[in-house]
Design a protein around this ligand. Structure first.
Ligand code: C2E
Ligand code: MG
Ligand code: MG
Length: 743
């Protein structure tokens, strides 16, 4: 079932549920009289009763009698009239129990619960049991001989009063029922209409008139009062839905509605009424129903009661609509959010508009730094100015949204949204509380026709291009093409394979020895992750570690690596290599995970190895970030671990910071070691070794492949080395053999 027909069927149900509950076609006599049904098989009783009560008014209204001579006739009348206030019922008719049986039918089968019942018996011994009176909600029973004019009047007045109260309560209940019902419906487009339809139907039901009416809303626009608009209609007004009120030809109905909206009260006249249903942020709402005649005060108080409930309803609806707004708007900059963008794009796609539509996603470069250095308030103001400028530069038919912290999206026809124009709004500075702020922005540009899927895929594609652009083409717009999809898909395949390999416990750790250069003593090993595929081949860590980092898999994976390496270390100790160190690589994503410290403590507790034998290798960028933001590295050190700066020289450590970092060792990146071709060596290697010593850190060189390199490092007094020249990374079995052979 498609969305539309679904909505329709909900609406149908709503209408059915809220229509007068009686079966058959209800009569719609205006309820300015109390209708009393006399059921008796003796003709005299009918005449006597009507005579006794002629010209009598009860609670200000005249009485109208209906007559039934048998149970069958009674059922027929009740089926066709839903406004019988009191039934005066003879106990003994065709059978001695016919009256009581009929009561059961009325209450249980016909489900008539509001009409009051007065039982009449000829003889005292025919009186019903007290249980029957209670179970069937019987108001009273009287001996026929007792029913003098004044007693009859008193009994009827009590019954009518109680009937009126029941109707009032019912009106309130129906209002509440509507709240519940419309609340769940409102999130669909037809919610408000369904609600409004329900109001008309209920109201007509209460007044016992055919459901003919309409509801209009006058939106309160801050600058001017807009013209009232018809939002729901029933009966012959149906065609007026979504029309301005001025299209309504019945002048008196229009006047009533306008008077009600102006005065914000209920307004009645000879033909109908306009009920004021309340006001809210959306505007004022009134409902018109034609009543056919003047309403008395009882009807009016009934309606006031109903209105109170309806305005609670309307309030709830407003709340829900606001909630819906929240779900689709960005609170900070007031633009549509990701949800809204998704819906917008999907609407276009389902309408068959792929061709010629594009999605551009623009991300501010280094926004985190702007935020950190100039304050979050400043960052918020900047985002707001950007939103404003984008909205101005890309007006309708373009759709501008904020999809993440510092990422904005523009969706629209490529005639209005050309790739070369995406960055134009960012070319001039933004004025942020008097400061001129220039920003650099990188953007991805995705023609929807190239997207394989819906809005979610389009946004995903855009963020892939954006990511690629961020790493290679900052400050530019990068256009999405199918090759990118292939690469992205390929990466996804790799990641899937990695997950499976991890879950099936197919991953291994290999270990590469680290030696003391002067003595040749084995100082420790570095654990390196290996993903074996067929034929003894391995997928290079360089291709899958970055994917594991991006996907977050590295957190689980990293914990496993740490535990496995530490267990291996424990094993090495059992086998007699007591003072060997174990190096474990740690990714940024791992270090930044909130549970990082707990994981370290847990794994330590599980393996009970001495943490000073564990050397955690982190990269410079991690260390730098840590220094400016928190004390993670210091906390790790406090647990007893050693820390090495891996790939040193490729990052951005400033000397100042380096001194403050709680690290034990600098690990010279292999690219510098590679530059050492002869005994003249390499300046950077020399610099790093000296620097390390000056800072009182140990220095290790990795990637040592030749004797020349080893000799050169020795001449610099670099104490530790690691590289193919000494040993390659190897499985744990091979490592034990290698170690044995050396001793
Ligand atoms: P890394 O931490 O700098 O590891 C050293 C890399 O250099 C290893 O590559 C090692 O096999 C290689 N290598 C060692 N000696 C030589 C040599 O003499 N010549 C040459 N050409 N290469 C040498 P691998 O195992 O391919 O690892 C690459 C990178 O992947 C590692 O660089 C590390 O950043 C990452 N990685 C490896 N295992 C793990 C792990 O368990 N966890 C994390 N987070 N990252 C890991
Ligand atoms: Mg390493
Ligand atoms: Mg390295």
């Amino acid at each position: 079932m498609d969305k539309d027909s679904n909505d329709k069927s909900e609406m149908m149900q709503f209408l059915e549920d809220t229509a007068p509950a009686k079966p058959g076609e209800p009569s719609h006599t205006p309820r300015s009289v109390w209708r009393i049904l006399i059921t008796d098989d003796e003709k005299d009783v009918h005449t006597a009763t009507t005579f006794a009560l002629r010209n009598t008014r009860i609670l200000g209204r005249p009485i109208e009698f209906l007559h039934a001579n048998s149970a069958r006739e009674t059922v027929e009348i009740l089926k066709n009239n839903n406004d019988i206030a009191v039934i005066m019922l003879d106990v003994v008719m065709e059978t001695p129990n016919a009256g009581l049986d009929l009561v059961a039918v009325i209450r249980e089968e016909l489900k008539v619960t509001d009409s009051r019942i007065i039982l009449r018996t000829g003889q005292p011994n025919q009186a019903p049991e007290i249980e029957v009176i209670r179970d069937y909600d019987i108001n009273d029973y009287k001996l026929k001989s007792e029913l003098t004019q004044s007693k009859l009047y008193a009994a009827l007045t009590t019954a009518v009063r109680s009937y009126k109260q029941i109707r009032m309560i019912e009106a309130g209940k129906q209002g509440l029922d509507m709240i519940v019902r419309s609340s769940s419906d409102l999130l669909t487009k037809n919610g408000l209409n369904a609600f409004a339809q329900g109001v008309i139907v209920h109201l007509s039901g209460l007044l016992s008139v055919p459901p003919e009416g309409l509801i209009c809303v006058r939106r309160s626009d801050r600058r001017r009062e807009s013209e009232p608009h018809i939002i729901a209609a029933a009966g012959h007004y149906c065609l007026l839905i979504d029309h301005p009120l001025s299209d309504l030809e019945e002048i008196h109905a229009r006047n009533l509605l306008e008077a009600s909206l102006d005065s914000r009260t209920n307004v009645y006249d000879k033909y109908g009424l306009a009920l004021y249903l309340g006001s809210d942020a959306r505007g004022d709402m009134s409902c018109y129903v034609s009543s056919g005649n003047q309403l008395d005060d009882i009807d009016q108080s009934l309606l006031e009661m109903f209105c109170t409930n309806i305005s609670i309803c309307a309030d709830n609806l407003t709340l829900l609509e606001q909630l819906r707004d929240y779900a689709y708007t960005d609170g900070l900059v007031g633009l549509p959010n990701r949800n809204a963008l998704t819906e917008e794009i999907n609407t276009f796609i389902t309408e068959g508009n792929r061709e010629g539509y594009v999605l551009a996603v623009a991300d501010i470069d280094n926004f985190a730094e702007i935020n950190a250095s100039l304050g979050q308030k400043y960052g918020d103001l900047l985002l707001q100015s950007i939103a404003k400028r984008l909205r101005n530069k890309f007006p309708k038919p373009c759709f501008v949204a904020r999809v993440a912290g510092d990422t904005f999206a523009i969706f629209g026809p490529d005639t209005h949204l050309k790739a070369e124009n995406v960055l134009v709004p960012f070319a001039s500075p933004f004025d942020i509380s008097g400061e001129e702020q220039m920003i650099s922005v990188t953007a991805g540009y995705v023609p929807i026709i190239d997207v394989d899927g819906g809005a979610t895929e389009a946004i995903k594609d855009a963020s892939i291009v954006l990511k690629l652009a961020k790493s290679g083409s900052r400050g530019e717009v990068v256009r999405f093409d199918s090759e990118m999809i292939e690469t992205a898909k390929g990466r996804l395949e790799v990641l899937k394979g990695l997950r499976t390999a991890f879950d099936m416990e197919r991953l291994e750790l290999h270990y590469q020895p680290k030696l003391h250069l002067e003595s040749g003593k084995v100082l420790g090993v570095e654990a390196l992750l290996r993903w074996p595929v067929e034929d003894g081949e391995f997928v290079p860590p360089g291709t899958f570690i970055p994917l594991a980092e991006q996907s977050g898999l590295i957190v689980r994976l990293g914990e496993w690596i740490l535990r496995t390496a530490m267990m291996e270390l424990q094993n090495l100790q059992y086998q007699g290599w007591k003072d060997i160190h174990m190096s474990v690589n740690m990714s940024v994503a791992q270090l930044q995970h909130p549970a990082m410290m707990q994981t370290l403590k847990r794994v330590l507790a599980e393996t009970s190895v001495d943490p000073s034998l564990i050397d955690l290798e982190v990269t410079e960028s991690v260390a730098m970030e840590d220094l400016t933001n928190n004390t993670l590295l210091a906390d790790i050190k406090a647990l007893g671990f050693q820390i090495s700066l891996d790939d040193f020289g490729t990052g951005f450590s400033s000397l100042n910071y380096l001194q403050q970092m709680p690290i034990d060792r600098l690990k010279i990146d292999q690219s510098f070691v590679k530059e050492v071709k002869d005994s003249s060596g390499n300046e950077i290697v020399e610099l790093i070794v000296h620097l390390g010593h000056k800072l009182n850190k140990k220095v290790i060189a990795e990637g040592v492949e030749t004797a020349v390199q080893a000799e050169y490092l020795k001449s610099l007094n670099c104490e530790e080395v690691q590289g193919f020249y000494f040993a390659r990374p190897m499985s744990s079995t091979k490592l034990y053999a290698w170690l044995k052979e050396r001793t």
